[in-house]
Design a protein around this ligand. Structure first.
Ligand code: ADP
Ligand code: MG
Length: 644
């Protein structure tokens, strides 16, 4: 097919789906179509400048790098023209006819979530925070236009200008453009819908640009007058920038509707020169899901954008930070490949990391509430800093935990605060992993700690245990799971006063008989347990399961089993509480008849309930049946005993 002929194309299915929604259901905040077109124009100018800095000369080199918006009331059109990199015929078809599949899916999913959240309102979703994030920004123009022409001429290829035309329904056409209308770059003409006539007003367009595109680094003109005059904020002296300007820039950068939680503006001269503007968002990003790769800082060299979301500038655990870094020390003609493993960027990263940790330490001191908000929003990723060997103790010092001394699950403590509350002679920070606070409090391993008045940190997320094991020590204290506490570790700490009276100690003969009972219990349970022994860690519970010494904690083991799809029940040690009334009763029955059927039933149930507490019960039907049978018997005896 000759290049000059008009060709007809169908939009790909995912584009049609997105377009259908954009044209028919999005009426709120339609003005953001202009933000998207200006942002694309700015990207195109960035790309041109990047090539230019690397030594290439574009077509029509005398043309300035700029964006011109013009309105035509008679023709009812709005035109956005840039002198950027432009597109070839093939690129027009490819870029404006398809969307990366994942992009459209994520867009539709986020949009659905947005409208679900808007149920109480008028029901129309506000796409302004969503459009533009998933490679569908261009299509936003169909919110206001029923026909769009895109004429483009590539800057670095000897090719004619071509025009892409569509009504945004199912198809588009591409033809070679007439005359010399576009000398370089892209001109987009939007034929506005009747109800979008407001965008034919100059002041309306100006206000949209000021609101959404104030920080575009190229001049933007509306009907001949330049609108954006805001300087690169990070280059300005700190005292001259207002809080509002910071917030405005943050929103421009991130599409976040909320102000940032905190801002850090840096101007550094040694060991490298750079300016940085860093924001801590007040929203949480899903780094463990959809947003996995959406992090990094925008890298500039002398105000020229080199790369968006550069990942060499931050360690991953500070990936929640948004912002820009500008350095004098980087050559403008650097290639993207040489940015990786770049020594200069390494140094900037180290400085940013240190400064950010200092900033957070100060915040934790001066504004506890705000710091805790930071922790709730970003703690999950920040914790991964336990990997950062150089800064490990500082990262650990900034971690926060819920603990047994707290009244509810929302309160937080630092490791230093924990240590300050420690008992005389205590050199261990104790923790327990548990899905919830309630489950943690019922964990039998905690009983001895409660009795001794020792504080225990509650870890609610699977990653927490890896973090604690990775840290291992903090300021010469050892971090340890309660289920790894041995008798020696706890016996030096006196019981706190207010405990119930203990059962009378067993005489020597009964101690021997109790050993025989342990053997009998092991016989009954067989291979289901590795060993049966007397516990020194239990106070109120009759029994618990523990891992063989030096093994993993049960929650860690569970995690690995899930990962390995292993659903067998692990063989553990059953520890029994010799002073518990239930065990004393078992002893009595055993003395009378070691083969008693009731004894067997009770031991089975004891094992089942221990398994249940450990989170492994696989056969709830058997447990329920046994419990009912025991109740049936106990009830009958009770009625008989009371002569009912
Ligand atoms: P995104 O900007 O997220 O890639 P868009 O839907 O906004 O998604 O744009 C799709 C693609 O179309 C861009 O990636 C770019 O390749 C191309 N494009 C859009 N507008 C222009 C323009 N003014 N100049 C050059 N290319 C453009
Ligand atoms: Mg875009």
């Amino acid at each position: 097919m000759p290049d000059t002929a008009a060709t007809n194309h169908e939009f790909r299915a995912e584009v049609r789906k997105v377009l259908n929604i954009i044209t028919n259901s999005l009426y709120t905040n339609r003005e953001i179509f202009l933000r998207e077109l200006v942002s694309n124009a700015s990207d195109a100018l960035d790309k041109l400048r990047f090539q230019q800095n690397r030594g290439s000369t574009p077509r029509a080199p005398e043309l300035p790098l700029e964006i011109r918006i013009t309105t035509d009331k008679d023709g009812k059109t709005l035109t956005i023209a840039d002198t950027g990199i432009g597109m070839t015929r093939e690129e027009l078809v490819e870029n404006l006819g398809t969307i990366a599949r994942s992009g459209s899916e994520q867009f539709l999913a986020d949009l659905a979530a947005e409208s679900a959240g808007k149920k109480e309102g008028d029901g129309t979703p506000d796409a302004s925070n969503i459009i533009g994030r998933f490679g569908v920004g261009f299509y936003a123009v169909f919110m206001v236009a029923d026909k769009v022409d895109v004429t483009s001429r590539p800057a670095f290829e000897d090719a004619p200008a071509c025009t892409w035309t569509s009504d945004g329904l199912g198809t588009f056409t591409v033809t070679e453009a007439q005359g010399d209308a576009v000398r370089r770059g892209t001109t987009i003409t939007a034929h506005l819908k009747e109800d979008a006539a407001e965008f034919l007003e100059k002041y309306r367009c100006e206000s949209v640009i000021r609101k959404h595109s104030a920080f575009i680094p190229f001049p933007v003109f509306v009907d001949g007058d330049q609108v954006n005059t805001t300087p690169a904020l990070w280059r300005e002296p700190k005292f001259s920038v207002t809080r509002e300007q910071y917030a405005e820039f943050y929103k421009f950068l991130t599409y976040d509707g909320k102000d940032p939680l905190d801002t850090l503006h840096l101007s550094v001269d040694a060991p490298v020169q750079f300016n940085a503007l860093l924001f801590i968002p007040d929203t949480t990003q899903d780094f463990f899901g959809a947003d996995r790769d959406r992090w990094g800082l925008d890298l500039y060299a002398r105000r020229v954008l080199i790369q968006r979301e550069n990942k060499e500038l931050l360690p991953e655990y500070l990936g929640f930070l948004k912002g820009a870094v500008d350095t004098e020390d980087l050559p403008l003609n650097i290639s993207r490949e040489t940015l990786q493993e770049n020594v200069l960027l390494r140094k900037i990263q180290q400085t940013i990391t240190k400064q950010m940790l200092t900033h957070l330490e100060k915040l934790a001191e001066s504004d506890k509430e705000k710091y805790n908000t930071f922790w709730l929003r970003h703690g999950r990723i920040f914790k991964l800093g336990y990997h950062d060997f150089v800064n490990r103790d500082r990262v650990a010092g900034l971690m926060r935990f819920n603990s047994s001394i707290h009244e509810n699950a929302e309160e937080l403590t630092s490791l230093d605060e924990y240590m300050a509350r420690g008992k005389e002679g205590q050199k261990t920070i104790w923790y327990v992993a548990s899905p919830t606070r309630e489950a943690a409090r019922l964990n039998p391993h905690l009983e001895m700690f409660r009795r001794k008045g020792l504080e225990v940190l509650f870890l609610y997320e699977p990653i927490d245990e890896f973090v604690m094991e990775g840290l291992n020590t903090y300021k010469e204290w050892t971090l340890k799971a309660v289920e790894h506490a041995d008798d020696a570790a706890l016996k030096d700490f006196a019981d706190t006063g207010e405990e119930q009276p203990k059962a009378a100690p067993l005489d020597d003969e009964d101690v021997t008989r109790f050993d025989a009972l342990l053997t009998r219990i092991k016989d009954i349970l067989g291979d289901r347990v590795k060993e049966v022994r007397v516990s020194h860690r239990l106070a109120d519970s009759p029994a618990c399961l523990v891992s063989p010494d030096g093994g993993m904690t049960s929650s860690m083991e569970k995690l690995l089993r899930v990962m390995n799809k292993d659903d067998t029940v692990p063989q553990k040690i059953l520890e029994v509480n010799r002073d518990h009334p239930l065990l004393r009763t078992l002893l009595r029955i055993h003395k009378a008849n070691p083969e008693d059927a009731m004894l067997t039933e009770m031991v089975q149930s004891l094992y089942d309930t221990s398994l249940l507490l450990d989170g492994y019960l696989k056969d709830p039907q058997a447990l329920a049946a046994r419990t009912n049978k025991l109740m049936e018997q106990a009830g009958a005896w009770y009625a008989e005993l009371r002569n009912l």
